[in-house]
Structures are given as structure tokens and as C-alpha cells.
Write a protein that binds this ligand. Structure first.
Ligand SMILES: Cc1cc2nc3c(=O)[nH]c(=O)nc-3n(C[C@H](O)[C@H](O)[C@H](O)COP(=O)(O)OP(=O)(O)OC[C@H]3O[C@@H](n4cnc5c(N)ncnc54)[C@H](O)[C@@H]3O)c2cc1C
Length: 469
């Protein structure tokens, strides 16, 4: 998208403004005093204003109420951080019921655990998981390629936890509810505008909500990101399809809490043995061409089972046994990243978590960065009550760290010639196993920067924090 004449125009130019695509098609001809928003074909906010009135939208008051779009990880964490900072919020989650993410699990690294602890939510949030301390890497021929720490264990014993995504979501929601934070399900944000220093949000069910600020915690395909900057880059497809599952009654030679990663001939397989004997597995299938929307959902479980077992048929290890023994449905999802988003906020709206910076799964840091963001945003709004200043300080503090994590994974990826599906796959996954963990953890300092990151709640945020957290 190209903009002409004013950058970040909706709301900033005194009257008529024009946005055009590179192909020259006009996107918006004129606009109102605030943001003109068109999401999912639904437009709002056409009330024209005389030149100058736009300034009214910039009236700055302290943020006392927040609308939070998205109730995944960043959403409830942000609500709890804001609560700690004395700001009320309501979470609006698109899904009609608490998330049921089939077969999906993740690791919250030591830094994410530390951020949860600041919110007094680490123990309940992680109760359904298990500590994950080591990774062993295998080739498809059964050769042991090496072993590394899965997430640095800090001197106080804090270590990474692996848990089912649905359990983490549920626990975070319970924690938010226990603090009196309301979550409204079935509320998919469609549009938002700033009017006289307040944000009005509209949902696809045609209801509305108003608050002092809007925090976009709505993940990689964020609607808030496009509201803040309609020309924001789209998420990048990582060339991988992810599936996962849970199995009981299959014996694997593994210590509980240890990940086993297998670089198979045609795809990548990982599994971990939970302390209760259940085996948690995931598969990354290279697919260079991004599947069309909805295409993966049309592939049934038996077809996935067949595809996966044939992909891993020539590999050593338990992949085919685990896939065949998985009784629940298999759901596949394409992996996307959001490497660099130029604009994180306006005066009253901001994106955090994956909506602002979704790293490659090779980093194992997406959830942890989202929780850190939440804590830091709470601090910024507490100490710099004008939202525009709080958001600017937040970005100054958080952008360098988030982009460092993203680059660490990408740098290793870029070192390989990414031609062909196998290469794409290996480029994305190899850093998880060897270079990242061995180099960055074994060598100490980078590992400490990554996993030892601590946000001290009691230290005030200066108005111009520079680049150090
Ligand atoms: C295969 C894979 C493996 C991963 N493994 C790890 C790992 O081991 N460790 C790790 O730290 N990270 C991992 N990640 C990344 C991690 O899952 C994300 O970084 C994390 O979930 C980000 O949290 P979030 O709250 O920003 O977004 P999400 O968790 O995606 O939550 C976004 C929420 O917003 C809701 N939503 C979306 N649009 C709207 C809307 N318009 N209105 C209202 N609600 C909306 C969604 O329904 C969802 O509930 C992995 C990711 C993938 C794909």
C-alpha cells in the first residue's frame, strides 16, 4: 500500500485523504475525524469532520479502562498486568467458547515463567504442564546428533514448562476471572475508531464496546494491527504445516521432561514423555506453497494419518507408532510469522504478543514474549498515564528484544540455501535443536539475556527509556 498524502492518515489529516494500492486502485477516498476501518468487508465511521476537529481525537486522559481484543496468552496476561496497575479491562475473544486447540502444546521458557510470576500466576498457569529441561536430537537413520538444554534453568531453579495450549489458555482465563476480569466469548473485533480520546470497538455480531484504550492481543492474523496501520505487512508463511497429538499406552525410550527431535528424511517429528506416561508429539510437514484458506480443514484425520505415516515410514524412531495410535482427531495448521511490524501503536491502540511480533516457532519464545509484553505494558501504563507516552515507551523497551529473538532464529535460517521443501523445513527447525540452544545456552551470556530476562515490577518506567528494558 502507498499512502498519499499523510502517513498514518486516518484521523491525522484535516479532511480528505487518499490511500492507494501499488496497482493504483483507490482504497479510501475520504475519511472522518477518526479511523476509517474496513475489515472483513464491513466499514464504519463515515461521519465527516471539518478540518481541525481531528485534534479532538487526541485529547489525552489517563487510561482507566481497556478493551482487550483476543483471549489467547497475551490477552489474559495483559488484563492481569493492567489490573495490577489499577486499570480495568474486558477481554473480547473471537472464539465462542474457551479454545479447544487439538493436539497443540508449547513450552513456556524460563523468562515467560518469570513474567507469569510477576503476575502471581505462574503456579496455577503451569500446573497442568511439566518441566522440560533437555532436548535430544536424532537423525532419521536413528543416529543421536546431540543433546542440549531445552530452556535454561535459572539459578533460582526456574525452568521451562511444556503444556497443552488449551490448558494454558484455561488457566490464564481462570486467573483473570479470579481477579474479577470479564471475558466475553464470541466477540470478534471487526473495527475500531478513536473518538474524543476514547476508543469505540465494533464486533462482527454488530455490538460495540468503548474504553480509553484498545490492546490488540489477537495473534498473528491480528485485526487490530490492520486497524492501526492498514498497510501493515501481512504475516509470512513459514513453509510448514504443523500437527500434533497425545497418545497413551505406547512405550517410548525417553525420560519424562525430555524432548526428542527427529530430522526425518521427509518431515520433522518431535515428542516428549509427560510424567503421567502420555506421549505428546508434533510433526512439521514441509509445504512450500501456502495452503489456501480452509484447505487444510478439508483434509480429514484418516487422510492425515495416512500422509504422516508414509512421510515417516523410512525413519527410525516411534513416529509412525505414535501417529497410528493417536485416537483423537488431527488438526493441521500452517505456520506464520510476523518478523517486523513498522507501526505498533497509535495514540490509543496498540498491538502486543504475536500481533506485534510473531517469531518463528524455532525460537520457542512466542508465548514467553507475549507474557513479557503484558507485564511491561502494565508497567508503562501505570507509570506514564498518558497512553500515547506509555505506548511509545513500551515500544522503545520491547521492540529491540522481540526483534533480537526473531533475528536469532532467522539468522540461522538464512545461513542455509532455502531451496526445496526439505531445505525450508530444515532451515526452520535446525536452529531449535543445535545452533540456538547449544550456542546460545551453552555459551552463557546470550542464554542469560534470553532466558534470564526479568522485568522488575517496582522499578518505575522513565518517560524516555532508551533501548534497555
Ligand atoms: C507450531 C507452533 C509451535 C509453537 N511453539 C511454541 C513454544 O514451544 N513456545 C512458545 O513460547 N511459543 C510457541 N509458539 C508461539 C506461540 O503459540 C505464540 O507466540 C503465542 O500463542 C502468542 O500469544 P498471543 O496471545 O499473542 O496470540 P494467540 O495465542 O494466537 O491468541 C490470540 C487470540 O486472539 C483471538 N482473536 C483473533 N482474532 C480476533 C479478533 N478479531 N477479535 C477477538 N479475538 C481474536 C484468537 O481466537 C486467540 O484466542 C508456537 C507456535 C506455533 C505455530
Amino acid at each position: 500500500m502507498q499512502r498519499n498524502p499523510a502517513r498514518n492518515c486516518p484521523g491525522n489529516c484535516p479532511g480528505r485523504c487518499r490511500w492507494s494500492t501499488k496497482a493504483g486502485r483507490s482504497r479510501i477516498g475520504d475519511h472522518d475525524s477518526t479511523q476509517i476501518l474496513r475489515l472483513g468487508g464491513w466499514a464504519l465511521g463515515r461521519g465527516r469532520h471539518p478540518p481541525g476537529v481531528a485534534r479532538q481525537a487526541g485529547v489525552m486522559t489517563q487510561a482507566r479502562t481497556a478493551l482487550i481484543a483476543g483471549g489467547g496468552i497475551a490477552g489474559p496476561a495483559a488484563a492481569m498486568a493492567l489490573h495490577k496497575a489499577g486499570i480495568d479491562s474486558v477481554i473480547y475473544e473471537a472464539h465462542p467458547a474457551p479454545a479447544e486447540s487439538i493436539g497443540a502444546f508449547l513450552t513456556v521458557a524460563a523468562n515467560g515463567v518469570d513474567a507469569l510470576r510477576t503476575l502471581s500466576a505462574d503456579q496455577p498457569a503451569l500446573a497442568a504442564g511439566f518441566p522440560t529441561t533437555a532436548i535430544t536430537v536424532w537423525s532419521g537413520t536413528g543416529k543421536r546428533l546431540g543433546a542440549a538444554a531445552a530452556s535454561m534453568t535459572l539459578t533460582d531453579g526456574t525452568t521451562g514448562y511444556t503444556l497443552k495450549r488449551a490448558d494454558l489458555y484455561t488457566a490464564l482465563h481462570d486467573q483473570a476471572a479470579s481477579r474479577g476480569i470479564r471475558v466475553e466469548h464470541g466477540k470478534r473485533l471487526a473495527a475500531a475508531e478513536t473518538i474524543s480520546g476514547r476508543v469505540r470497538a465494533r464486533f462482527t455480531d454488530r455490538t460495540e464496546a468503548t474504553g480509553d484504550i484498545l490492546i490488540g492481543c489477537d495473534g498473528t492474523h491480528s485485526a487490530v494491527r490492520r486497524i492501526i496501520d492498514p498497510s501493515a505487512p501481512a504475516p509470512e508463511y513459514a513453509g510448514l504445516i504443523n500437527l500434533g497429538g497425545y497418545v497413551r499406552g505406547v512405550r517410548v525410550s525417553a525420560d519424562p521432561g525430555t524432548y526428542h527431535m527427529i530430522f526425518g528424511k521427509r518431515a520433522f517429528f518431535g515428542y516428549a514423555l509427560a510424567p503421567d506416561g502420555e506421549v505428546w508429539w508434533f510433526a512439521n510437514v514441509p509445504e512450500p506453497k501456502e495452503p489456501a484458506r480452509g484447505a487444510l480443514a478439508s483434509i480429514g484425520t484418516s487422510e492425515w494419518r495416512q500422509r504422516l505415516t508414509s512421510l515417516f515410514a523410512d525413519d527410525a524412531g516411534p513416529a509412525t507408532r505414535l501417529i497410528e495410535a493417536t485416537a483423537h482427531d488431527l488438526a493441521a495448521s500452517p505456520v506464520h510469522t510476523m518478523p517486523r511490524l513498522p507501526t505498533w501503536h497509535t495514540d490509543r491502540m496498540i498491538v502486543i504478543g504475536d500481533a506485534a511480533h510473531a517469531p518463528s516457532p524455532t525460537s520457542g519464545q512466542g508465548a514467553s514474549l507475549a507474557i513479557e509484553d503484558a507485564v511491561q505494558l502494565g508497567k508503562c501504563l501505570r507509570d506514564l498515564p498518558r497512553p500515547d507516552r506509555a505506548f511509545a515507551a513500551f515500544e522503545q523497551i520491547r521492540r529491540p528484544r522481540a526483534e533480537r529473538v526473531i533475528k536469532q532464529a532467522a539468522r540461522v535460517n538464512n545461513n542455509k540455501a532455502a531451496t526445496g521443501a526439505a531445505r525450508v523445513f530444515r532451515d526452520l527447525m535446525m536452529p531449535v535443536m543445535l545452533p540456538l540452544y547449544v550456542r546460545f545456552i551453552a555459551n552463557g551470556k546470550p542464554g542469560k539475556q534470553l532466558y534470564g530476562h526479568h522485568i522488575d515490577w517496582d522499578t518505575p518506567v522513565p518517560a524516555h527509556p532508551g533501548t534497555t528494558p
